[in-house]
Design a protein around this ligand. Structure first.
Ligand SMILES: CCCCCCCC(=O)SCCNC(=O)CCNC(=O)[C@H](O)C(C)(C)COP(=O)(O)OP(=O)(O)OC[C@H]1O[C@@H](n2cnc3c(N)ncnc32)[C@H](O)[C@@H]1OP(=O)(O)O
Length: 381
């Protein structure tokens, strides 16, 4: 067992850090304020192989591991958690097409998704089916050589800008076993989008409803078999949760680094802030908690790579722990700035706003506790 990154992992981390420093960080506050979704910057990320991180090379992907992905997402998030998180969602969809799609589906979707020439949205949540995802009511009814979809998905990242919508819809009975997954292109007649939501953070990516009114797709849009959609959705989320956890660590690391720079310059009572022991101890705790979260995320990502039986449990634990830790560390960093932390100029309050939603999405941290407690109680049964 080694806790060190390999030479290749150091190289991809440095590449992602350079992209974060040069392309994301200088623009992150402006994108947040203008609610701008920087599609051109995403295309540039795609050129670097970030659109198909764990997609096979023969379909244009980078064929990297989940651990590699965690390293990349932490680095990207140091430049902008919102954009890093969107890239994670895009990769979740691309990874699911690669894993569960037919040769025809892969050949059609993956090359352009990997280059981020086409963007992707993951459509599970509905207005009345969030944590209880298996209660979803969007319906897909078989009709001749296709399916007709009716329903609405809520809180969909990238909606309106994405070319591909991976839609979980009911084809059978109530509950998880009646759900199927469909690859729905943007130009499908009957597909439309709600208004962009006004949010606390994550402003540099659109969040809209995806509405399907008699939206007809060919039978070839079905991913895998009927009834497999819920399991596909959950398997996709195992990896998505690790990525979001890594994004929380990256955002918090950036906030800590900003605080350290500020404390080395700002004077109070005749000395710079970093000379005060109470603040030094606080820095020590923040760095320690981040390191613990990082190690935990790498552990869960490695379990996913190994196909370990307890990977889902570890991913849920790590997501809960790292997103809570990331938010607390970023919020502590804001405090170290005093009043300046509350101003937009330093970019710390934006990180706090961005990281708050990581405790809610890709499964709330309460759902993460549900997954862990079910597994713990089941272990003793
Ligand atoms: C700015 C915008 C903010 C808001 C953005 C919000 C958008 C998003 O975040 S999108 C995604 C977020 N949604 C979620 O994460 C959903 C949360 N809920 C869940 O994860 C599940 O519903 C959960 C864990 C509660 C379990 O649900 P439940 O209905 O009890 O199903 P459960 O009985 O556990 O599983 C059903 C089947 O799926 C299988 N399954 C469950 N999890 C997994 C998994 N990780 N891998 C493989 N199979 C799985 C089970 O084994 C079971 O199979 P079988 O019937 O053969 O035994």
């Amino acid at each position: 067992m080694s806790f060190e990154l390999t030479e290749d992992q150091v190289a991809i981390r440095d590449m992602a850090l350079s992209f974060a420093r040069d392309e994301l960080a200088p623009n992150a506050v402006e994108w947040d304020q203008k609610k701008h979704f920087p599609v051109e910057t995403l295309r540039a990320a795609g050129e670097l192989g970030m659109g198909g991180i764990y997609v096979a090379e023969d379909h244009g992907g980078s064929a990297l591991s989940r651990l590699d992905a965690a390293v990349i997402f932490e680095a990207l998030s140091q430049g902008c958690p919102t954009i890093a998180s969107y890239i994670s969602i895009h990769n979740m969809v691309a990874g699911m097409v690669d894993r569960f799609g037919t040769d025809e589906q892969k050949a059609h979707w993956l090359p352009k998704l990997c280059r981020m020439e086409w963007l992707a949205s993951y459509c599970l949540t509905e207005a009345n089916a969030g944590s209880d995802a298996a209660a979803l009511r969007t319906r897909a009814v078989r009709d001749g050589d296709g399916y007709v979809l009716n329903g609405a998905k809520q809180f969909i990242s990238g909606a309106g800008s994405s070319e591909l919508y991976l839609v979980m819809a009911r084809t059978g009975e109530d509950g998880p076993g009646g759900i199927s997954a469909f690859l729905v292109p943007r130009d499908t007649p009957g597909l439309s989008f709600g208004a962009n939501e006004h949010k606390m953070g994550w402003n540099a990516q659109p969040t809209r409803a995806v509405i399907m009114e008699d939206a007809r797709v060919p039978a070839s849009a079905l991913l895998g078999q009927e009834g497999m959609g819920f399991k596909f959705a959950m398997k996709g989320l195992d990896g998505g949760r690790i990525n979001i956890a890594a994004c929380s660590i990256g955002g918090a690391q950036a906030a800590l680094d900003k605080a350290l720079t500020y404390m080395s310059e700002r004077k109070a009572f005749g000395q710079t802030l970093d000379r005060f022991q109470a603040l030094q101890f606080r820095i020590a705790d923040m760095a320690t908690e981040l390191e613990a979260a990082r190690t935990f995320v790498h552990r869960a990502a490695s379990a996913l790579d190994a196909g370990a039986k307890d990977a889902t449990r570890l991913c849920a634990m790590a997501k809960r722990f790292a997103t809570d830790t990331g938010f607390e560390v970023a919020n502590d960093a804001l405090q170290l700035f005093g009043g300046y932390g509350y101003l937009a100029d330093y970019g710390v309050e934006k990180i706090v706003r961005d990281l708050r939603v990581h405790q809610i999405l890709e499964g709330t941290n309460e759902v993460m506790r549900l997954i862990v407690s079910r597994s713990e109680i089941g272990r003793m049964a």
